[in-house]
Design a binder for this molecule. Structure first.
Ligand code: HEM
Length: 126
């Protein structure tokens, strides 16, 4: 059980790096094939699902009303990033301003979740 509770830090780097690379390619590159970007997004969603599962294990027993605010915000950012990433995967072909803004919002959400996660483990960054 202790091993399961420590899986979260081992998993989380995959969705973070995959999503940030994918978003950078999606927002700034016209030459990287869309299929490759979509594959990266799919892998970040799949490993993000594992990150959410292992996060729930790391936080268990999780009682929302008793959880510290930093953990609640961490979960809120993480889950909203994951939902936005899923939406972007199924809405991938759209090259519109709202779609671009959603890529940016999802990028901020994953950065927010990661910063708050790091804050819980290592203290406030500043
Ligand atoms: C329901 C979802 C989640 C819960 C309940 C959760 C819970 C936690 C908890 C309790 C910690 C601190 C203790 C530990 O690492 O063992 C943590 C750390 C962290 N989490 Fe999450 N998490 C969730 C989702 C995510 C997601 C989706 C990501 C990234 C995509 C993420 C990124 C991080 C990071 C970067 C840390 C700091 C790890 C370290 O520096 O060692 N978390 N999370």
């Amino acid at each position: 059980m202790r091993v399961l509770q420590h899986l979260h830090p081992a998993i989380i780097h995959f969705p973070i790096v995959l999503f940030l690379l994918t978003a950078t390619a999606r927002i700034f590159s016209k030459t990287i094939p869309a299929a490759l970007i979509q594959l990266g997004l799919l892998l970040s969603i799949a490993t993000g699902f594992l990150a959410i599962g292992t996060g729930l294990l790391a936080a268990s027993p999780l009682i929302w009303s008793a959880a510290p605010p930093v953990l609640r915000w961490h979960i809120a950012f993480a889950v909203s990033w994951w939902l936005m990433a899923c939406y972007l995967y199924f809405d991938f072909d759209r090259d519109t301003l709202p779609s671009l803004l959603l890529w940016l919002a999802a990028t901020l959400a994953v950065l927010g979740a990661s910063t708050l996660g790091g804050t819980m483990v290592h203290g406030f960054p500043l």
